[in-house]
Design a protein around this ligand. Structure first.
Ligand code: BTN
Length: 291
């Protein structure tokens, strides 16, 4: 893990008691003692990473705003104030790094469950872990890990960003065809805290289930997945020695399904088949992509 050069943050700086009332019916007081609320922070993932040595297992950090929210593949994640959920969760699973992709996929299922329960709407999963409604993304997941000298996971930070009450003007105009919020799709505001606490409850359940309940999560992931039968373009991503991301040329094909290891099975136009574990997959007709 690359540690930020910044000083260790003071992580006792804000606990807003108002939140505790809303949490009462969902999470116990003991659970809430491991949930930290920040008004504004560069990135909740980065903050949690910086306190991860002292923080207890299952520590959660939430912020009302992120000034440098981080997305996958070095992208940024827009995090306007008081609009979305920006939440990071610390796990110390007895796992090897290869399991990280699985845990991220399980997380997508956990967040779908929470959204379904609180918003009464069924989201879809665009492989690997974008949650979508009406072909637009409203939630992204970024998992970052710290590995020990024996190659085992020391800590895993699962970052979840949900667009909840953003109006069109709150999101980058360039993302107009790609991004949405729960409010835009439902036509009403959603209580961010109620949804966030349900997400935490589902993440705790997922952690309890890991790794034994694989079959259940896989079946549910397949049910939520919108990928099967879709035409896609695949851009392989390679990580070079200096951690720069290098994109290779695009290939086109059709998705056959989700493999037992949550990989994406694609049949390419030349007839070859591959189970993809990483890479960037664009779905025709989604996120403004047309071939
Ligand atoms: C993606 O879709 O590319 C992943 C987005 C992940 C955003 C969340 S918001 C909370 C946590 N803190 C961050 O800086 N990123 C994640």
């Amino acid at each position: 893990m690359i540690r930020s050069k910044a000083e260790k943050p003071n992580w006792t700086r804000k606990v807003n008691k108002g939140y505790l009332m809303e949490a009462e019916s969902v999470l116990t007081e003991e659970r809430m003692s491991k949930v930290l609320f920040l008004e504004s922070i560069d990135s909740t993932n980065l903050f949690l990473k910086n306190i991860s040595e002292e923080a207890p297992d299952r520590q959660v950090v939430m912020a009302d705003e992120q000034t440098r929210g981080r997305g996958r593949l070095g992208r940024s994640f827009e995090s306007p104030k008081n609009k979305g959920i920006y939440l990071s969760y610390l796990m110390r699973p007895s796992s090897i790094p290869e399991d990280t992709a699985l845990i991220t996929a399980w997380t997508a299922v956990a967040v779908c469950r929470a959204v379904k329960k609180i918003c009464n709407i069924e989201p879809g999963i665009k492989w690997v872990n974008d949650l979508i409604l009406n072909n637009k993304k409203f939630c992204g997941i970024l998992t970052e890990m710290d590995i020990d000298e024996h190659g085992k996971i020391r800590s895993l930070i699962i970052g979840i960003g949900v667009n909840v009450n953003e109006d069109t003007g709150d999101l980058d105009a360039a993302l107009k065809d790609k991004a949405t919020s729960l409010k835009q799709e439902l036509g009403r505001e959603i209580n961010r805290n109620v949804l966030a606490f349900e997400i935490i409850r589902e993440l705790d359940r997922m952690y309890d289930d890991w790794p034994d309940e694989k079959e259940g999560y896989l079946n549910e992931y397949r049910r939520y997945s919108i990928m099967t039968g879709k035409d896609v373009s695949v851009t392989r991503i390679a990580v070079t020695d200096d951690k720069d991301l290098e994109a290779y040329k695009k290939r086109y094909g059709r998705v056959l399904g989700i493999g037992d290891d949550f990989s994406l099975t694609v049949e390419f136009d030349d007839g070859s088949r591959e189970n993809l574990n990483a890479g960037e997959v664009s779905v025709r007709g989604m996120y403004g992509y047309a071939r």
